[in-house]
Design a protein around this ligand. Structure first.
Ligand SMILES: Cc1ncc(C[n+]2csc(CCOP(=O)(O)OP(=O)(O)O)c2C)c(N)n1
Ligand SMILES: [Mg+2]
Length: 212
């Protein structure tokens, strides 16, 4: 796949390039969970899952927080597999206290936070529908998710360049502890080149549902 080059990572990394790197450096056989938001559109076509019963993803318009929490249950069920969640920063903030649950239970789960400083999926809708205006969907201060993880007694790493991804993931896999990787992603990246997993038809095309 064609992805933007190294020069773009100063403004935040391009999701497609990060997906490609993650697939390259992660083992083939892992438990993998996604959350709800723009970030997951990039994984649908470009992050192959090689075995059944490995992907925790609840489908289209789904509750944020599912990805970061379901991976804890997944790791309990399959402690033999590396357990990796990719979540948005908004979804992670909804349930990030569960990092300490994994610490308590001694579960070496990896959370990769796609930190684009926005509720990207909603901001995108606002930009498209309201003439470029947004409200309430941008985080003006960038939180430090690695420091947050360390405060919860987990490992925490920050990645802002493509070249750092391999070492960070290698450390997360080897450290044997819960680990949060704060992945600095562009707020306005190249869109995914295919329809995302949400596939939202035009609203007036949705047939009315009979009430039962
Ligand atoms: C509990 C819950 N609240 C609100 C929503 C609506 N919603 C869908 S995506 C989204 C923003 C997600 O932001 P983030 O997790 O940062 O992911 P990004 O789109 O930036 O990749 C929101 C608010 C939801 N799906 N679930
Ligand atoms: Mg976000």
């Amino acid at each position: 796949m064609e992805v933007p080059g190294e020069e773009s990572d100063a403004q935040g990394m391009e999701p497609l390039r990060v997906v490609e790197e993650l697939r390259r450096v992660l083992p083939k056989d892992i438990l993998f969970s996604l959350d709800t938001g723009d970030h997951n559109h990039y994984f649908g076509a470009f992050f192959p899952i090689y075995s059944p019963r490995r992907l925790l993803y609840p489908g289209g318009w789904t509750p944020m927080g599912f990805g970061p929490t379901s991976i804890i249950g997944g790791k309990l069920a399959r402690p033999d597999l590396p357990a990796v969640c990719v979540t948005g920063d908004g979804g992670f903030l909804m349930v990030c206290q569960e990092v300490i649950t994994a610490v308590e239970w001694g579960l070496p789960v990896i959370w990769v936070v796609f930190n684009n400083q926005t509720l990207g999926a909603i901001r995108g809708g606002q930009l498209a529908s309201y003439g470029g205006r947004v409200i309430g969907t941008e985080f003006s201060e960038n939180a430090d998710y690695a420091a947050l993880a360390r405060s919860l007694r987990a490992e925490g790493l920050t990645v802002s360049r493509y070249a750092e991804i391999e070492d960070a993931i290698g450390h997360a896999l080897a450290c044997g502890r819960p680990c949060v990787v704060d992945m600095r992603i562009a707020r306005d990246p190249a869109p995914p080149p295919i329809a995302g997993m949400w596939f939202e038809p035009e609203r007036d095309e949705i047939p009315p549902r009979p009430r039962s």
